[in-house]
Write a protein that binds this ligand. Structure first.
Ligand SMILES: Nc1nc2c(c(=O)[nH]1)N[C@H]1C(S)=C(S)[C@@H](COP(=O)(O)OP(=O)(O)OC[C@H]3O[C@@H](n4cnc5c(=O)[nH]c(N)nc54)[C@H](O)[C@@H]3O)O[C@H]1N2
Ligand SMILES: Nc1nc2c(c(=O)[nH]1)N[C@H]1C(S)=C(S)[C@@H](COP(=O)(O)OP(=O)(O)OC[C@H]3O[C@@H](n4cnc5c(=O)[nH]c(N)nc54)[C@H](O)[C@@H]3O)O[C@H]1N2
Ligand code: SF4
Ligand SMILES: [Mo]
Length: 722
């Protein structure tokens, strides 16, 4: 086997470089990149890494298509057309950096001040350096507005923390030892492949799999049972399970007495949720609820894979909090293969203070919520947003309520910089576009939110064209702004060395110089990690909190509770009369949010954006399979091709996402229909709390013209990229 050393950027022989997948996926695979004469020729999973096991998803198995795509942006660009047109001319890096620094200085010294400048970034790359380090330092020193990064997970994170204390849960590697696995608001075949292989192993060993999802996802299809509840009713189901566990005394009294807080109050609350009522709230048969509770109360070990799908609703935080109470009631945490997993990110001792340097903040800046960027661009409280710097994100495609988002980005008086690998929907609105490196071209260090290994990503090849990593862009901008703190001169290697806190018990032995040679290392936790076998919850009380004083102090219900979706017949019957169908837009298999959705791996497989609709809902609207339909609500409308299928339960329609707007037949995607209302906890987006109506459309009738339109858009896009 060839040597596994970080190579010189150009080498004359073949080497394998150790890397890590940077995408927003819980699996954070360990990569082997084969490089020959300075060119990457193969990207494979590390066969020795215990969760990757040599397997990559189809997207990243074709990573070279991304890195060497002829659609890459390889030089800085300046806008020549109107906002949104995507017309640019090539400029030099010095020019680009000077232009940005001059605009930022002018805004910072104007009466509006530096808070009129806003960073906008999310998890385009999850490497700790390129996710958040030099960029944060730069904006803190500048005095820019802070960004609340709420687009994905903050409702669930807050809900889980209210019960458990931190994002710590069952080890992915233990799932194969479980006997009952509830896959709850999660679609691992699509979004967590390496957990799915453990679940399949458990199935082979005789475990029972239950999917809880309004949609018969690829995963639900492969489970023994599928409970297709109404969207946003998970907390009611969990309270119904509790009701049965208590009524039939299927509890672990000893665990409850020693390691939980507030059981008596919870018992009272659960009394309000008898199976009959829960059946009405969730749309599930009463006997399924009782049977599930009996299984949950008697089969050991039992584990729940929760994912973020179920928290994109008004009551999303409380839904996760409520489900997270279940394992303690039955003592499931006693077993390493029991308990629950939402995210493992809280297990890592990441040294955010060292990376991001919040001590550089000098002006108590305001915070802009990324989930309401449309509103913020049009009507911010305080100084108007005059400049936006977008990186690691594609808000014009992914942020809710596209009409407002697009109107905001189209403001001619907004100075917008976009740093990306491709000319995304967002880049089309930029004044300056900067070329970003892909993971093969830069160094980074990784935690994960699905397993328990730290990983190193060595640069496998030299940057293509004039592409630069995020860290280098902000280093250059800091220099141009005259920021002279030594922290702005730190190299990526120096920052990588400070990424983990070595004094933390779980961080022992996490040394960058060793990590970049070995590629990955497990956190210092036992191989049979059972974090809460004997309590030790990282909550204020040290117990699993059925009753939460901290929720109460925030004005929230201190007990698990059920809040119906904001857009539902229960909460808003008038709206539901006009728009009777709930729309879900969860991830499509061959894209990662909007990443990869411009590449052949996605477009060849998905072809056109679809709407999955139940035969009953289609029939009553006269819709036949393959026909184009208009999906609409008060926020906007979208053209999709109908797929009549009972995968969508009656009353629910599904549009797998996230399409690039400019590659879709009508130039829109599902976020035309999503709204900017926020969740109960964590100020997060409510992407799946959406009501719509669907009708046959006279426009674009027949898939052929839809496909032709899509192809024309695609060709226009290809010829516009540099
Ligand atoms: N291939 C691929 N993988 C991905 C992504 C991707 O885009 N593509 N995205 C990544 C990211 S950023 C994230 S956050 C994760 C998301 O990972 P998941 O949370 O697994 O993804 P989702 O598809 O959002 O949600 C999973 C399921 O939740 C269901 N769901 C929706 N509403 C409800 C509800 O109210 N209750 C219940 N019980 N279920 C509900 C959806 O129908 C869907 O099948 O995946 C990551 N992995
Ligand atoms: N309708 C609907 N909308 C959704 C969701 C949904 O399920 N339905 N899911 C939501 C969720 S869970 C999430 S997490 C968000 C995701 O939203 P985003 O975080 O915006 O994710 P992506 O769409 O993948 O866009 C990431 C961008 O970062 C770029 N990028 C990658 N690496 C780098 C780098 O090193 N440097 C720079 N500068 N750029 C880089 C990529 O090319 C890509 O254009 O979308 C949300 N939006
Ligand atoms: S996207 Fe997820 S499954 Fe695919 S290679 Fe990356 S970490 Fe692994
Ligand atoms: Mo996400």
């Amino acid at each position: 086997m060839p040597p596994l050393d970080p190579p010189a950027p150009v080498s004359t022989h073949r080497v394998i470089v150790r890397g890590a997948c940077p995408h927003d996926c819980p699996d954070t695979c360990a990569l082997h990149i084969t490089v020959e004469n300075g060119r990457a020729i193969k990207v494979a999973g590390d066969p020795d890494h215990p969760t990757t096991k040599g397997v990559l998803c189809t997207k990243v198995a074709r990573y070279l298509d991304r890195t060497y795509s002829d659609q890459r942006v390889l030089h800085p660009l300046q806008r020549t057309g109107k906002k949104g047109e995507g017309k640019f001319r090539r400029i030099g890096w010095d020019d680009a950096v000077r232009t940005i620094a001059e605009r930022f200085k002018a805004i910072a010294t104007s009466p509006d001040g530096p808070q009129a400048i806003v960073p906008y970034s999310y998890a385009g790359t999850m490497g700790l350096l390129n996710y958040g380090s030099m960029d944060r330092r730069f904006f803190h020193k500048l005095g820019a507005s802070l960004l609340d990064r709420t687009i994905c997970a903050t409702a669930g994170k807050a809900g889980y923390a209210a019960t458990i204390g931190a994002s710590i849960g069952t080890d992915l590697e233990q799932f194969e030892n479980a006997r009952l696995i509830l896959i709850w608001g999660s679609n691992p075949i699509v979004s967590n492949l390496h957990l799915w292989s453990r679940v399949q192993e458990a199935k082979r060993r005789g475990a029972k799999l239950v999917a809880i999802d309004p949609y018969r996802s690829l995963t639900a299809e492969k489970c023994h049972e599928h409970l297709a509840l109404l969207p946003g009713t998970d907390a009611a189901l969990a309270l119904g399970i509790m009701n049965v566990l208590i009524a039939e005394d299927l509890l672990d009294h000893d665990y409850i007495a020693n390691y939980t807080l507030g059981f008596e109050a919870l018992r009272e609350r659960a009394r309000d949720f008898p199976p009959q009522r829960v059946a009405a709230l969730t749309g599930l048969p009463q006997q399924s609820i009782v049977a599930l509770a009996r299984d949950y109360g008697t089969i050991r070990p039992t584990v729940i894979r929760l994912n973020y799908g179920m928290q994109r609703h008004a009551g999303g935080g409380m839904a996760i909090r409520t489900v997270a109470c279940l394992p303690a009631l039955v003592g499931a945490w006693r077993d390493p293969a029991g308990g629950a997993l939402l995210s493992s990110s809280g297990t890592y001792p990441v040294n955010f203070k060292a990376l991001e340097r919040p001590d550089l903040i000098w002006n108590s800046p305001r915070t802009i919520n990324m989930s309401t960027i449309g509103e913020a661009l049009l009507t911010a409280d305080g100084p108007p947003i005059r400049a936006l710097f977008v990186y690691n994100s594609n808000p014009v495609a992914v942020a809710p309520d596209s009409s407002q988002v697009v109107a905001g980005f189209a403001r001619e008086d907004l100075f917008c910089v976009v740093h990306d690998v491709f000319l995304t929907d967002t880049a089309d609105y930029a004044d300056i576009v900067l070329p970003a490196t892909t993971q093969l071209e830069h160094v980074d260090v990784h935690s994960s939110y699905g397993h328990l290994y730290a990983l190193a990503n060595n640069a496998a090849i030299a940057p293509l064209g004039e592409a630069k990593p995020n860290t280098e862009v902000f280093r250059r901008l800091a220099a141009a702004m005259g920021f002279d703190d030594p922290c702005f001169r730190e190299s990526d290697e120096e920052m990588a060395r400070s990424a983990f806190n070595p004094d933390h018990p779980r961080g022992r032995g996490l040394d960058w110089d060793a990590l970049k040679v070995t590629g990955w290392k497990r956190l210092d936790v036992p191989s049979a990690f059972a974090p809460f076998a004997e309590g030790n919850f990282p909550t204020p009380s040290g117990k699993c909190e059925f009753y939460s004083e901290s929720l109460k102090s925030q004005g929230l219900d201190p007990l698990p509770a059920f809040t119906p979706p904001r857009e539902s017949a229960a909460a808003n019957p008038g709206l539901a009369a006009r728009y009777p169908l709930a729309l879900l837009s969860p991830p499509a298999r061959n894209a990662l949010n909007s990443s990869f959705a411009n590449l052949p791996v996605f477009l060849d497989a998905e072809k056109l954006p679809h709407l999955e609709i139940h035969p009953d809902d289609a029939r009553s609207r006269g819709i036949v399979d393959g026909e184009n339909v208009r999906v609409f609500n008060d926020r906007g409308s979208l053209l999709l091709t109908a797929r009549v299928t009972d995968k969508a339960r009656p009353g629910v329609v599904v549009a797998l996402s996230i399409w690039w707007r400019k590659l879709a037949p009508d130039g829109n995607n599902a976020n035309m229909l999503t709204g900017q209302a926020l969740t109960d906890m964590g100020r997060a987006a409510t992407f799946y709390d959406v009501l719509v109506q669907v009708e046959r459309t006279p426009r674009l009738n027949g898939t052929a013209s839809g496909e032709r339109e899509a192809r024309q858009r695609h060709d226009r896009y290809q010829s516009s990229s540099s």
